[in-house]
Write a protein that binds this ligand. Structure first.
Ligand SMILES: [Cu+2]
Length: 260
């Protein structure tokens, strides 16, 4: 309990808290996931401390000392058995509860997103189509070349498509696949989801910090799977609308097709 309180204080205390190997989450949804992870990790540490403590105490306290006599033998301890059955059930129920609450929060979609982006996975690349911008008369498409080549560049390289998002706004992602199962994964968002043919996955991102984040396909989908990289650039609201109108203007000029 003291450990739990200490852990809670550290977690609530600010950004210097340990992350236990996870990203803090660059979206509100990713941060909820992070909080669940930290909570579970601390609960696990508390259980580990009790288990290890009891093991070491038993090993040291009841070690063989001199006499070779067999120690007092007994079996059954009903109160103890009730406690060590009930306690794990309570812990699992708690983990279940917080997982369901967190998943519901992450999966909840806003009825009024600031933007809708269709993300279409294909072998081997991604198409990002912005189609509901309030000042947008025509969709904006950001696509990869479909030509399979092994480039082996970092995900943030200009070679790969970039999803641009406004900070502090809720953006709906509509995820589909045209061929096989792909995985849409942004590590720093603590978020991954299947892109499945015939299935439309919808979810929201509300980025909390500006920056460029790597993304990748997480389902082995063929020869150039390793080339299914992309990045996410989170920019200010004004920079986002500038970018969007610039994209729209350049696409209107070139007729159609993709730009980077
Ligand atoms: Cu893929």
């Amino acid at each position: 309990m003291p450990l739990l309180l200490l852990g809670g204080a550290v977690v609530l205390g600010g950004c210097q808290a340990p992350t236990f190997g996870a990203f803090r989450g660059a979206t509100t949804q990713g941060h909820d996931e992070f909080n669940l992870w930290v909570g579970m990790f601390i609960a696990g540490l508390v259980v580990a401390a009790i288990v290890w403590g009891l093991i070491f105490w038993t090993v040291i306290r009841h070690r063989r000392r001199g006499s070779s006599a067999i120690p007092h033998q007994f079996h059954e301890n009903v109160p103890l058995e009730i406690i060590y059955t009930a306690l794990p059930v309570v812990i699992v129920a708690g983990i279940f509860y917080f997982t369901v609450v967190t998943e519901n929060k992450i999966d909840a979609v806003s009825s009024n997103p600031a933007e809708i982006v269709n993300v279409q996975a294909h072998r081997w690349g991604w198409n990002f189509t912005y189609d509901s911008g309030k000042n947008l008369s025509q969709g904006v498409q950001i696509a990869t070349t479909a030509e399979p080549t092994l480039l082996a560049q970092p995900a943030t390289s200009k070679t790969y498509p970039q999803l641009v998002l406004p900070v502090g706004e809720t953006v709906r992602i509509v995820l589909t696949s045209v061929d096989v199962v792909h995985g849409f994964y942004i590590p720093e968002f603590n978020f991954s989801r299947y892109a499945q043919p015939g299935v439309v996955n919808k979810f929201d991102f509300t980025p909390t910090t500006t920056g460029v984040f790597s993304g990748q396909c997480t389902q082995y989908c063929g020869l150039y799977h390793a080339e299914m990289l992309f990045s996410v650039r989170v920019v200010s609201k004004s920079a986002f609308s500038h970018w969007l109108s610039a994209q729209q203007a350049s696409q209107a000029q070139s007729g159609s097709g993709a730009t980077s």
